[in-house]
Design a protein around this ligand. Structure first.
Ligand SMILES: [Zn+2]
Length: 160
């Protein structure tokens, strides 16, 4: 019977693994491996190596997500101070604006609008040192002076 080669090979491997308990199928290696290359749990469909790899990937993705959420929350708090009702800055925008190293140390950074009278967006956003943010926001609260706000944003302490 003519079947698609790839699919039937995997099915065959899985069938073999069911009969022979000394081997098991890793769906990432895409082949049968000796059982000692798997963690003892019956349910694992990945060999130890690929299990470790997927845990590492999961942690990395989770960490980046936490960093972006944290930055977004601060933007959201600021948005109310600036009197904006909406934000056009997406998670992807934040990801694009920051390097992996910066995301790793996300608490050191903030994203603020270049022009706080307009909603924050990719083109109306600047990455600054988090320690400068409070000063910038405080000045805005007191003065509502756009020229001064933008002058402060250009100060060397805000750059990196
Ligand atoms: Zn594997």
């Amino acid at each position: 019977m003519a079947r698609k080669k790839g699919k039937s090979a995997i099915q065959l491997a899985k069938q073999l693994a069911k009969k022979d308990k000394s081997i098991r199928f890793c769906r990432r290696c895409n082949k049968l491996l000796p059982i000692d290359q798997f963690s003892p749990s019956e349910t694992r469909l990945l060999c130890r190596e690929h299990l470790r790899e997927s845990v590492r990937l999961y942690r990395r993705v989770n960490k980046a997500k936490r960093a972006i959420d944290n930055i977004r929350i601060r933007c959201w708090v600021d948005k109310k101070i600036f009197g904006q009702t909406a934000s056009a800055l997406s998670c992807q925008d934040i990801r694009d604006m920051m390097t992996a190293d910066q995301l790793n140390e996300f608490s050191k950074y903030s994203i603020v609008p270049k022009d706080p009278t307009q909603q924050i967006s990719r083109s109306n956003a600047q990455l600054i040192m988090a320690k400068c943010r409070q000063y910038l926001i405080s000045c805005w609260k007191v003065t509502r002076d756009l020229a001064q706000y933008q002058h402060i944003l250009q100060l060397p302490q805000f750059q990196f």
